[in-house]
Write a protein that binds this ligand. Structure first.
Ligand code: BF8
Length: 630
């Protein structure tokens, strides 16, 4: 079993040994069976866009096939594959957002879904010029939701939220003709343009990739965040615990895994039902213990403090503990292997989304009309399964760490208002943040985001880079599975300020924040865009002028490629700890890591060694500071 990449994880070894004893197959067995990954796929030079192929281009220049049967070169094939990956990532995030908007569209005073944050709704109505005069809140909600739904398919115009970007950034997009239009249109256009016999021009494919990615960053994802906050509340700072040690020996354990809070929020509500709580006790348990994983875990922890069982690579380990009564999933990042693994234990694996039906799963379809009834039924199934737990097969690791999270932009500004802005009587501004960066107390900021990937030691890249940066006075904001890695490592605590440099430590003490701020799920990278753009606007600059970077140390999903592309297109350099599947085209690599800077003022960096990556990030931040003369 090749799981040496787990050396960093203190819970892994014993559980993997247990999996072996239990006859349970894990990703590490499958990775070992995979032997080597496909060299053509790895470099992005396999084309299966038509059935004359698949065509594989020789990775050696001048030797073997240099073109596909249609004549597509390695450059074209790599660029087309990249574009399609971006389109898939954009679809996932934006389709998730669409579901949340539908939830607001059906929200009502006496329904399962309500407007939890009317102030945010009214702000958005104003921003989008929706007439609110004399209308009650739910009518406004429905009208705003309708406007949002049009952002997916409107025939004319560009995404509404691009006006939130600094003006110089908007001009760059306009001049390059990459202002994002309707989301579905951008995705369809990419699929069309990468069909055989359409675009072969590499720069054009890159431009289309950027435009499509922006329709997510400043469209789908941003709407996802806004509407989630309107329906379920804007996250505020709160504490929780993280790692597999949050699973309880004497409780009904339910794992929430996936992404969409319209499902997980209803499970949280169902688990608070007095009848179900009594049923749990009647079945011999002390209560119901909800725990989260991946981005749905982030959503429910930052609004309710639901404990975090772990991040992406721990989804199998949570089941191997033998103490999980049910795994409830909706969409994205769920291994198809889980239902089979659950069969090795008493665990019920319940799929709920028609968008992600899974072989071997119990399927209980979730729909928003009967949301609470369905989630109550599901929680009941989990409770009734408690008696089936085989105590001889239970092994729960002890490890867990405390964490502070829920730092939405509003919460960060609220902290600044209370301790700094109140002295100047200028509220709701990020000026104090930009002031400490300009003064050099903090050298810059990094958004560290993304997944786990068995190509590198799990969580190690996240944690190494985070520690190195805060030590050197670079404040970190984080989302996704990277944020959960930080939570498990104890880095989302006030005590973690002791690991920070003097300047950052002082800021943490003064403002009352940890040196690493958990800002939510992957969709919430839009919060980071918002924060960076506020600082740019405050200084009258563009994002590309600021000493800020994006980092995805262990990314693996198509969504991550879409995100990285919109972050760079938004003027923020992005460091990737896993090299994307583009190295079959030196020209495309040069576009990503060099030429993009001339176009959009930012570029990608590929660096797999986390220590070297941190060093390069710091050099880039200092370079940006030099250019600003600060
Ligand atoms: O939604 S859950 S593995 S893809 S980081 Fe990555 Fe984690 Fe998936 Fe982003 Ni979030």
């Amino acid at each position: 079993m090749s799981h040496e990449v787990l050396g960093f994880d203190v819970t892994a070894d014993a559980l993997l040994e247990k999996a072996k004893r239990d006859g349970a197959e894990t990703m590490w067995d499958r990775k070992a069976a995979m032997k080597a990954s496909c060299g053509f796929g790895e470099k992005g030079i396999c084309c299966k866009n038509c059935s004359m192929g698949p065509c594989r281009i020789s990775p050696v220049e001048g030797k073997g096939a240099q073109k596909g049967i249609c004549g597509a070169t390695a450059d074209t094939i790599v660029a087309r594959n990249f574009a399609r990956t971006v389109a898939a990532g954009v679809s996932s995030h934006s389709d998730h957002a669409r579901d949340i908007i539908h939830v607001l569209h059906m929200a009502s005073e006496d329904g399962n879904y309500k407007v939890k944050n009317p102030e945010k709704l009214m702000k958005l109505a104003k921003e989008w010029e929706v007439d609110t005069e004399g209308k009650e809140i739910y009518q406004i909600a429905h009208e705003v939701a309708e406007v949002a739904l049009m952002e997916f398919g409107k025939p004319f115009g560009t995404q509404r939220f691009i006006k939130r970007a600094p003006e110089p950034r908007q001009k760059i997009w306009k001049d390059l003709n990459i202002e994002p239009r309707a989301i579905d249109r951008e995705v369809a256009t990419i699929l069309h343009s990468t069909h055989i016999g359409c675009t072969s021009e590499v720069d054009s494919l890159m431009d289309m990739s950027m435009r499509t990615s922006l329709s997510n960053g400043w469209g789908g994802s941003m709407m996802g965040t806004e509407f989630t906050d309107i329906v379920f509340g804007t996250p505020t700072a709160r504490s929780t615990e993280a790692n597999l040690g949050v699973i309880e020996e004497n409780m009904v354990n339910i794992l929430l895994h996936g992404h969409d809070p319209s499902f997980s929020e209803m499970v949280v509500l169902a688990a608070e039902d007095p009848e179900l709580m009594k049923l749990a006790k009647d079945n011999g348990a002390e209560g119901i213990n909800l725990v989260g994983m991946c981005c749905t875990g982030n959503e429910v922890t930052m609004r309710h403090g639901v404990k975090i069982a772990g991040n992406f690579y721990q989804q199998e380990m949570a089941i191997v503990t033998g103490a999980m009564e049910a795994v409830l999933v909706d969409v994205q990042c769920i291994y198809p292997a889980l239902p089979k693994l659950a069969e090795c234990y008493h665990t019920k694996f319940i799929a709920t989304s028609p968008k992600a039906k899974m072989e071997g799963a119990t399927y209980i379809e979730f729909n928003e009309e009967h949301a609470l009834d369905i989630t109550k039924k599901i929680v009941r199934e989990a409770i009734l399964n408690y008696k089936n737990r085989d105590r001889t097969k239970v092994m729960i690791p002890q490890q867990k760490s405390k964490a502070m999270l829920g730092y939405s932009v509003e919460t960060i500004i609220d902290h600044l208002d209370k301790v700094v802005n109140s002295q100047t009587d200028v509220f709701e501004t990020v000026k104090p943040l930009s002031d400490v960066i300009w003064a050099g107390v903090i050298r810059g900021a990094a958004g560290i985001v993304g997944c786990n990937n068995p190509k590198v030691q799990h969580d190690n890249s996240h944690i190494t880079i985070m520690k190195e940066l805060i030590k050197n006075d670079i404040i970190v904001v984080t989302t996704g599975c990277a944020a959960q890695a930080a939570a498990k490592a104890g880095l989302l605590t006030m005590e973690a300020k002791e690991l920070a440099g003097r300047g950052l430590r002082e800021v943490c003490e003064r403002v009352g924040i940890p040196p690493i701020l958990h800002m939510g799920s992957c969709v919430d990278i839009s919060r980071i865009l918002d924060l960076v753009s506020r600082v740019s606007k405050e200084r009258g600059l563009d994002n590309s002028n600021l000493p800020v970077v994006g980092v995805a140390p262990e990314w693996m999903s198509e969504k991550a490629v879409g995100i990285g592309t919109y972050v760079v297109s938004s003027g923020i350099d992005t460091f990737l700890g896993i090299t994307p599947q583009v190295t079959g085209s030196a020209r495309f690599v040069d576009i990503l890591t060099n030429q993009l800077e001339d176009k959009v003022g930012a570029k990608f960096f590929f660096e797999e060694d986390p220590t070297v990556c941190a060093q390069k990030i710091m050099e880039r931040i200092e370079e940006k500071r030099d250019r600003l003369g600060i």
